[in-house]
Ligand binder design. Structure first.
Ligand SMILES: [Zn+2]
Length: 231
């Protein structure tokens, strides 16, 4: 193989290595974004459950307080009825109020107990859901940290390869380099080898003459224009 073609092939292999690093970094970044999204989604779901449970706790406390308040009122009314200097009309009104309050407190107590039971029933589920979420999140956080580590390593390699590329470029004939760079805007692999008369870039057959010439000169594929070489 001609020395200038060899230098170009080395550059092409170098560019392929750079591209490989870039693809790895891209893949890792995509994976990372998916995980970050999953955490946000799971966290939202967990928080909405938690808020619903906290709302239930609040309702339960409120209902119990209502029972306590009404109970205190009944006691105060009863005491007033016993000791107060009231007119017959006032006493009658107070008795009616106490009667109503007693009927109401029974209903309120039932509601309060139902809410307390509901809270007690859901509390262990909520605790388990929180534990599960935190355990899962810590696993995912760990995976993200690992990905960040891998991205950093690949970025370092990518940087080094980019720097080394300058030297490889200097070794290539300028005219050939221009041709290569022009092809690189079209193809990820601007160089192709000929095997059994077929170009490895476009998988099409090249002419007999090209097959002959590729051994001694710099030729391009007549179909895809890639620079050709033989292995
Ligand atoms: Zn071709």
């Amino acid at each position: 193989m001609a020395a200038e073609l060899e230098a170009l092939l080395e550059l092409a292999q170098h560019d392929a290595a750079i591209r490989e690093q870039a693809l790895k970094i891209e893949g890792l970044q995509r994976r990372r974004a998916t995980l970050v999204e999953a955490i946000a989604r799971e966290q939202n779901e967990f928080l909405s459950h938690k808020r619903a449970f906290e709302e239930l706790q609040r309702q339960s406390r409120e209902k119990s307080r209502e029972v306590d308040d009404l109970d205190a009122q009944i006691r105060a009314d009863t005491e007033k009825l016993r000791t107060g200097l009231l007119s017959y009309k006032e006493m009658d009104a107070l008795r009616v109020r106490i009667e109503h309050s007693r009927a109401r407190i029974d209903q309120l107590e039932d509601e309060a107990i139902a809410l307390i039971n509901k809270v007690e029933e859901q509390a262990p589920q909520m605790k388990k859901a929180e534990e599960d979420f935190l355990k899962w999140k810590s696993k995912i956080d760990h995976e993200i940290a690992q990905i960040d580590h891998e991205i950093a390593a690949h970025t370092q390699t990518w940087d080094r390869l980019k720097r080394e590329r300058t030297q490889r470029v200097e070794a290539v004939d300028p005219k050939l380099l221009r041709q290569y760079e022009e092809l690189r805007t079209r193809y990820e692999d601007p160089m192709a080898f000929v095997h059994h008369g077929v170009c490895s870039g476009c998988n099409l057959r090249v002419s007999e003459i090209t097959v002959e010439r590729v051994r001694s000169e710099i030729v391009t594929c007549e179909n895809c224009s890639r620079l050709l070489y033989v292995k």
